[in-house]
Ligand binder design. Structure first.
Ligand SMILES: [Mg+2]
Length: 350
């Protein structure tokens, strides 16, 4: 007998949050997520989280509606692939909800096996992971300068671009952090390959920009994306263009690397497959996130050995995280002194 419970929780952002698709509609202060708890009659239990993004037409309501359709008796800690296949029979897509259930299944199964999720999946354990970037969302140049100063302890920054004020914004960031490496995310903002190349060439002149994420919409023609990859002076990383392992061949033609997010693929199991497929075809890999609590961020960190870059900062952009898990010190993720040893290694914040 399996029991499934879920609850909405409103993550509170330290600063108003905006990316290029939010231009004109203002930023967000609250970001609702859904926590899922699974418990079986043997006393095994696990927790998961789904962080729905309006970029993918998802909300806490779409997550709740999907979760309410689940017959928990079809879920088992002993057979996660069959449990996920059952979820796919309920509806296609709905990845944030499936992600929440997948995390809870893996948390419970790994805890019952006395292992962290990484070990349960056969991945090497790393006390310390790569350095994650810290994201500066779209804002006024004054606020970008202030946020960059507040992020002084972080060694790598990620800057959201795709607004008419990109040049003023980069100058503002550079006033506060003249030498830091920066990763740039356009969230599909540039409409033509010429516009994208012009912006990328301008950014390359900065000299310390590592790569550009999703310069153009995923619906752009493959010819345009291939042209942009050939001409770009900076590596290009697919995010909105890389939903799952099935997109690996397309992305290998059009990009240098891919950004894998657990809520985009539908959980740890599918994210692991997406990372492995990307590596097998020669793509660089990055693990990214939405605005998320320490449950999802810790889940992503268990896959760190499959990535070249980490962008797992969703939990340090909020001020009411109800859980603790993997630690973030100046961007370096670490499991040192994390009390929970098994499962996702998260605990409710006391
Ligand atoms: Mg992105």
């Amino acid at each position: 007998m399996m029991r499934l419970r879920h609850r909405r929780f409103d993550l509170q952002l330290t600063h108003e949050w905006a990316i290029s698709s939010d231009l004109g509609s203002g930023g967000k202060r609250l970001y609702p997520v859904v926590f899922v708890e699974l418990q079986d009659s043997q006393g095994r239990s696990g927790i998961g989280e789904g962080s729905p993004s309006n970029q993918y037409q998802e909300s806490h309501e779409t997550v709740r509606q999907f979760l309410d359709k689940i017959d928990p008796h079809q879920l088992s800690f002993d057979n996660i692939p069959a449990s996920m296949a059952y979820l796919d029979t309920i509806a296609p897509g709905r990845y944030p909800a499936k992600c929440a259930v997948n995390l809870a299944l893996l948390d419970g199964a790994a805890k019952a096996a006395g292992q962290p999720v990484s070990g349960f999946l056969g991945l090497p354990f790393q006390h310390q992971c790569q350095v994650s970037s810290f994201t500066i969302g779209l804002d006024t140049p004054e606020m970008i300068e202030r946020k960059t100063r507040e992020a002084d302890g972080y060694t790598i920054l990620k800057m959201k671009v795709g607004s008419p004020a990109d040049r003023e914004n980069l100058s503002a960031l550079r006033r506060a952090a003249p030498d830091k490496p920066i990763r740039v995310d356009a969230n599909a903002a540039w409409r033509t390959k010429e516009e994208a190349l012009c912006q990328i060439e301008w950014m390359a002149a900065d000299g310390r920009i590592e790569f550009v994420e999703q310069p153009m919409p995923p619906s752009s023609s493959e010819d345009d994306l291939v042209w942009l990859k050939e001409h770009s002076p900076l590596p290009l990383i697919a995010d909105e263009s890389y939903q799952s392992a099935a997109d690996a061949a397309h992305c290998a033609r059009c990009y240098h690397g891919v950004n894998v997010k657990l809520v985009k693929t539908g959980g740890i199991s599918a994210a692991k497959a997406a990372l492995e497929a990307a590596r097998a075809i020669g793509l660089k890999t990055m693990i990214g996130c939405m605005i998320e609590s320490s449950v999802l961020i810790s889940a992503g960190a268990h896959l760190a050995s499959l990535s070249d870059y980490l962008d797992l900062d969703g939990n340090v952009l909020i001020c009411n995280d109800p859980y603790t898990g993997v630690r973030n010190e100046g961007g370096r993720l670490s499991w040192v002194e994390v009390a929970a040893q098994t499962g996702l290694r998260v605990s409710p914040r006391t």
